[in-house]
Design a protein around this ligand. Structure first.
Ligand SMILES: *Cc1c(COP(=O)(O)O)cnc(C)c1O
Length: 395
């Protein structure tokens, strides 16, 4: 064992460095359910920072499904999936999820992070080449790193850059193009038709992370691939239950043999405990609920349009966003942090997005409206944004 004091000293230095770079994490405490308004650190806040697009995190039907599953099957599955931790509810979820995504099969894992990390590192090896959008999520980057395959990063959403990279590529093994469907810091959508076309031309596998597309885009929230009419034209669809679906869990929807191969090879599936029945039941209810309640999606989008229009007419720069994720571009990390702090004092909870989540000088406030916000909630937020934005000379 090293001297405990020296370990503490090392950690303290690390924290100081993060603080000097405006990267120190401030933990806020949620003291009520995640909702359109929540109690945070003892104060009532209008929530513009959750990923709970449809308000399912605290939805009555979701809660009922989760509670009744706990009563029937207990709080834990008892093992990893491949030992005895596969319950009927896990299989039922995978079947209905595959049908929802209109794919032959699906496999669920503990989280979206675990899914990208585990599946990409399983699928790719040293002989393979991956082509990855420069703004892809960290879980994709980590999965690629773990695989030790060759990686080419193409310019964000730039099909000329992707085509160039494909043209130059000559791997011993397979080629895979991987992209977020909706980019979590920009709110823009990947040009999936262009990607599918290039993939076909060059014989590359396509992998789409639909974390922010599921429940938000497409018919009844079926996601980005449905939105573009590309069902059956993307090889591997990945998603999460931690965003619009209100709970937790990651998944792959793809071909039957492919999912069966993952069941036998992804180490998180083999070595880490499966979801409690309450989680699987909530996830199952979420995909049923979005299909039964298309109105929620309509409200989400009318709120999105209303809020974006409001922001732009106040003079804020909202970047290239096309979805409910709307960044307010600030530039300087310190200024973005200050703006978030001031808004919090005014009762609006947003988070600043700073380096290394976005490039240096591209700091921003990220806002996400949800289907539970009312027009007066959004007016409240716009009023506070105007007040703070003017005070800090951002508008
Ligand atoms: C949130 C997110 C993930 C991770 O999902 P979790 O289920 O929260 O682990 C993966 N990819 C993208 C693009 C995300 O936004």
């Amino acid at each position: 064992m090293v001297d405990m004091m020296s370990l503490e000293e090392m950690a303290k230095q690390e924290l100081k460095k993060l603080e000097s770079e405006n990267r120190l994490w401030k933990e806020h405490r949620l003291e009520s359910p995640a909702s359109s308004w929540s109690v945070v650190d003892g104060t009532k806040q209008l929530m513009l920072c959750t990923n709970d697009y449809l308000g399912l995190a605290n939805n009555e039907e979701m809660k009922k499904a989760s509670i009744s599953s706990t009563e029937a099957y207990g709080v834990g599955s008892g093992a990893v999936r491949v030992i005895s931790g596969t319950m009927s509810i896990h299989k039922q979820l995978e079947e209905e999820l595959a049908a929802f995504k209109r794919r032959p099969a699906s496999i669920t894992l503990q989280s979206g992070y675990v899914t990208n990390f585990g599946v990409l590192s399983t699928l790719l090896d040293e002989d393979d080449l991956v082509l990855s959008d420069e703004l892809n999520h960290g879980s994709i980057i980590d999965g690629i790193r773990m695989s030790r395959c060759e990686k080419v990063v193409y310019k964000h959403n730039d099909m000329d850059s992707l085509a160039e990279a494909l043209d130059r590529a000559n791997p011993k093994g397979k080629m895979l193009i991987v992209t977020d469907a909706v980019f979590s810091m920009e709110g823009d959508i990947a040009p999936l038709p262009g990607i599918a076309k290039l993939a076909k031309k060059y014989g590359a596998i396509t992998y789409v992370d639909d974390a922010h597309g599921d429940g938000v885009l497409g018919e009844n929230g079926r996601g980005a691939v449905n939105h573009f009419g590309l069902e059956g034209k993307i090889d591997i669809e990945m998603g999460t239950f931690s965003k619009a679906f209100g709970s937790v869990g990651g998944y792959i929807a793809a071909g039957e043999y492919f999912c069966e191969m993952l069941r036998n090879k992804v180490r998180a599936f083999l070595l880490s405990g499966s979801h409690p029945p309450s989680v699987a039941a909530a996830n199952l209810e979420s995909i049923r609920y979005v299909q039964k309640n298309p109105k929620l999606l309509k409200i989400l989008w009318s709120n999105t349009r209303y809020f974006k229009k409001g922001l732009r007419s106040l003079g804020f720069d909202t970047g290239k966003s096309e979805t409910p994720i709307t960044p307010i571009m600030i530039g300087d990390s310190g200024a973005a942090q200050k703006m978030a702090d001031e808004l919090f004092k005014e009762g609006v909870f947003v988070i600043p997005i700073v380096f290394p989540m976005v490039p240096k000088g591209a700091a921003r406030i990220r806002t996400i409206v949800n289907a539970r916000h009312t027009e007066s909630d959004l007016d409240f937020a716009l009023g506070k944004l105007e007040k703070v934005g003017r005070r800090l000379h951002i508008i």
